[in-house]
Structure formats: structure tokens, C-alpha cells
Design a protein around this ligand. Structure first.
Ligand SMILES: [Zn+2]
Length: 291
């Protein structure tokens, strides 16, 4: 059995935690146990438009309610704000962006979302600004990573060994710095995982493209170990109507279930049922043999 040092729960506080998030944490918890890894709680709060304090509080309330343990990271919302907010690591992100710029991996882009949709019906970026040489310090420009869409990107999968993928169209020249001047998700995610020493990344299949973008990005930074990390992309939990869970799905949010009188055992049971596990499951530990 391969041992890992550190894995993570990485919820985004732009909505209330739902059954899908808890399912991801359950898997992370059991994989950590199996592989002797510690767990970090990493909360990404760089997206100033979507992140809300009530959603940060919701993460702590529900980890507590579900009795989901972790070893490293903020203990509560105040501790998060004071010591773990991504705004505290801005220097690291800026440093990474400067490196990418120096290595000629970035270009400035002033395209609006509307314009991009007009140029491509799927909303894929067409590379319009690649050779326009817009100054980086122009107002209202995003910085994009100049990606080779044909490049084979390799990474280690927990169960399947080495996998190879190509960047999906939607991530063509993905954004590294947004128009508001703040670093974007792909960059902060790589920098944070390196900073904390994460070597096992458990995430939903919907983030498959992000894994490819992040491995690609890490190869363009100063020498680092990111591309040696091991990844596991889990299936997304589906309700009996086979609808993918979204953040707007209020009725599956843990705070809704909690306020309507459900206990943690009930929530674990629901997840077990949705996974199609016949046996009655009503605790975190009971999931162990199904991971
Ligand atoms: Zn552009």
C-alpha cells in the first residue's frame, strides 16, 4: 500500500455544502486512513464575488455536525480569516504569476464573455489575443496561460496508474489572473497544494479538466513536485432522478437537512442509498469497506 503524506478537503464557500461535498469528504477520509495520510482543510476564498461569510461558517458547522475529522487547517471561521485565508498567501500567487510571465507562458486578454461566446458557440476561447501583445498592466485585462491543446498531459491515478489526457476545449488558454487583478482558481490550487505539501488529491470527475490544467501549469512554474502527485477523480453522486447535484439544490444542502431535524446518521444513510448501497449505512466508518 502506497503511503501518502497529506490529502485535503477543499470546499469552495460559494454555496451551502450539499450531499455531494460530504460524499467527497467521506472518500477523502477513508483514502487518507488507508494510505496513512493526514487531512488538511483547505478553503478557497479568492473569488471575491462568489464567496460569502455565511458559506464559510456553513463549512465548519457541517464538518462539526457530520463529525468529519481533519488534522490540519483552520479550526473555525475566525481562525480561517486570521490565518488561512488565501488573501494571506497573495505573495506566493504573485510570485508564481511573475514566473509564468518571465517564462513567456502568459498573455493579456481583454475579451468579454459575450465576445468569446460570439466567436465560439460553445464559449471556448479562440486564442484571439495571443498575438496582440496587449500590455499586462492594462486595466481590465485577464492574464491567460498560453496552452498547447495537442500536448499529452500525464499524471498518476490512484487506481489506474499513469493516465494521459489533453486539455478540454473549455480550458483553452485558461485564465491565471482575472480582470480584477486577483489570481484564478487553477493557479491558487496548484500553489496551495505545493505550499501545504499535499500529495494525494481526491476530487470529483467534474474536475478532471482542472487536474490537466494544473499539471500543465505546474510544469511551467519553478521546479516543483506537483506533477508527481496522485489523483483520484470520484464519480459524482446523483439523486434518484439522476440529476447532477448543484449548489442551488437547496433540498440537498446539509444545513437544510439539519434544520429539518435530520441527524448525521440520517445524512450518512441518504448518501449510502443514493450510492445504491443495499446495506444500511449510518456512520462515517461504515463507508470504509465501500471505498
Ligand atoms: Zn482575448
Amino acid at each position: 500500500m502506497t503511503a501518502f503524506k497529506l490529502t485535503r478537503y477543499a470546499p469552495t464557500p460559494s454555496g451551502f455544502l450539499h450531499l455531494g461535498n460530504i460524499y467527497s469528504f467521506i472518500l477523502t477520509y477513508h483514502l487518507a486512513k488507508k494510505h496513512q495520510a493526514r487531512i488538511l482543510l483547505r478553503i478557497d476564498d479568492m473569488d471575491r464575488e462568489r464567496v460569502k461569510t455565511k458559506f464559510i461558517q456553513d463549512i465548519f458547522d457541517n464538518l462539526d455536525f457530520m463529525e468529519l475529522p481533519y488534522d490540519l487547517g483552520p479550526k473555525n471561521a475566525a481562525d480561517f480569516k486570521a490565518n488561512y485565508s488565501q488573501t494571506k498567501r497573495l505573495d506566493l500567487y504573485v510570485n508564481a504569476m511573475e514566473n509564468l510571465k518571465k517564462n513567456k507562458k502568459l498573455f493579456a486578454c481583454d475579451c468579454s464573455r459575450k465576445k468569446i461566446e460570439k466567436m465560439n458557440p460553445k464559449g471556448f476561447y479562440t486564442g484571439f489575443c495571443r498575438n496582440r501583445n496587449l500590455p499586462y498592466d492594462n486595466k481590465e485585462v485577464a492574464w491567460r496561460y498560453q496552452a498547447d491543446m495537442h500536448q499529452d498531459i500525464r499524471f498518476k491515478d490512484l487506481h489506474e496508474g499513469h493516465l494521459i489526457g489533453k486539455l478540454p476545449g473549455i480550458l483553452t488558454d485558461f485564465i491565471v489572473r482575472k480582470k480584477d487583478g486577483l489570481p484564478a482558481y487553477q493557479l491558487t490550487s496548484v500553489v496551495d497544494d505545493l505550499h501545504f505539501g499535499v500529495d494525494l488529491i481526491v476530487r470529483g470527475k467534474d474536475l478532471w479538466g482542472s487536474t490537466l490544467a494544473q499539471v500543465l501549469l505546474s510544469d511551467a512554474l519553478e521546479p516543483n513536485t506537483f506533477s508527481q502527485n496522485t489523483f483520484y477523480h470520484h464519480p459524482l453522486i446523483q439523486d434518484p432522478n439522476r440529476q447532477k447535484l448543484s449548489k442551488s439544490a437547496g433540498a440537498t444542502s446539509i444545513q437544510f437537512l439539519r434544520k429539518s431535524g435530520k441527524k448525521k446518521e440520517d445524512v450518512y444513510s441518504m448518501i449510502g442509498e443514493w450510492l445504491g448501497i443495499r446495506e444500511k449505512i449510518n456512520s462515517l466508518d461504515a463507508f470504509g469497506k465501500f471505498v
